[in-house]
Design a protein around this ligand. Structure first.
Ligand code: SAH
Length: 326
């Protein structure tokens, strides 16, 4: 266990031994297998106004799309045919998908014999329960930052306490719970990043996704500097060191800032990759931030490309659903 002071020192130092230590802990607790999760970004319509995000409702230049059930199921089936054992459904907060409709989609996907992760934003306890009853296994809600003042600035009309309550509700309901933060938000301090890591430990997150903030030209943060790849990597490595046996993705945002970012992340504590399985016409429209990788690729190509990269560093592709190791 590291103290907050030690975490801050590590984050501030130029020494990156922590990356090697995280790699060793990853190997000891979760082994050399990498879990691939097939990501379906099914709607970029969002009612929220997160200042950093390209999908925010005030971005009027973004061409919006939403997939209906049949199309989502088509991509889910293709993902299963490609060998994925987990499907991740992600979207903006789009009220078109009423609880019953979402439950239909969930139970159809569960018939494919895969684990299912949802990443569709803040919902009520009852909705989370309905999704769980329909078969959802996991849920991702990044806390984004635990600095309450910064949280308020970044999320107009939203509420830190509610986002935290969502994570608690999900735990209560028996989901595997994923959270995480953005690294390099304007005004974010090193101390608050240390608090983020301790928060992940405190709530005993099952999955933690960490990514650098990347400035989007159609947002109020268009003139802000991007976060640092190296710092995001360290936050991720420290998370591995503290939480040991959890699942940690090598995030797409990391690869956006460094052409070998996901492989470097896999060698610094990560054990999961979430390749996109949808067609390129959608990928470019799901623009959380600019220059997202692989927007001209298709699902098959992404799967092969990442598989080869993973094998080239002596790691293997898991053939299991990849729940948190006990
Ligand atoms: N609506 C869902 C999914 C959000 S999109 C939810 O609220 O949970 C998934 C993640 O993308 C966000 O949690 C955020 O951390 C990340 N993201 C958004 N904009 C970003 C940006 N400009 N740079 C880097 N990551 C970003």
């Amino acid at each position: 266990m590291l103290s907050k002071k030690e975490i801050i020192e590590i984050l501030k130092s130029n020494n990156d031994d922590v990356l090697k230590q995280a790699d060793a802990i990853r190997k000891e607790y979760v082994g050399d297998e990498v879990h691939l999760r097939g990501l379906i970004e099914f709607s970029n319509i969002c009612k929220r106004e997160c200042k950093y995000c390209g999908l925010q409702c005030s971005n009027k230049t973004l061409e919006r799309y939403r997939m209906e059930k049949n199309e989502i199921l088509l991509y889910a089936k293709r993902a299963v045919d490609m060998g994925y054992k987990t499907i991740v459904l992600q979207s903006g907060e789009d009220e078109h998908y009423k609880t019953d409709y979402m439950c239909e989609i969930i139970s159809e996907i569960k018939k494919l014999d895969v684990a299912l992760t949802l990443s569709i934003g803040e919902k009520s306890f009852e909705e989370f329960k309905a999704f769980k009853d329909a078969g959802a296994d996991r849920y991702l809600i990044r806390i984004e930052t635990t600095d309450k003042e910064l949280y308020k600035k970044m999320h107009p009309h939203a509420n830190f306490e509610n986002r935290k309550k969502c994570l608690e509700d999900l735990k209560t309901l028996g989901y595997e719970v994923g959270t995480g933060c953005l690294v390099g938000l304007p005004g974010q301090t090193t101390e608050s990043l240390a608090n983020d890591i301790l928060f992940f430990k405190d709530i005993d997150a099952d999955m933690v996704g960490i990514g650098p903030f990347i400035s989007h030209p159609q947002t109020p943060l268009k003139d802000a500097q991007n976060g640092s790849f190296e710092l995001a990597l360290k936050v991720m490595a420290l998370t591995r060191i503290l939480l040991k046996n959890i699942n940690i993705p090598a995030t797409t945002a990391m690869e956006t800032l460094n052409p070998n970012g996901r492989i470097i992340a896999l060698q610094s504590g990560a054990n999961v990759v979430m390749p996109n399985v949808t067609a390129s016409e959608y990928r470019k429209k799901y623009e959380l931030y600019p220059n997202k990788i692989c927007i001209h690729e298709n699902g098959d190509k992404c799967r092969h490309c990442i598989e080869n990269k993973i094998k080239s560093i002596g790691r293997t592709i898991s053939t299991e659903q990849g729940f948190r190791k006990k």
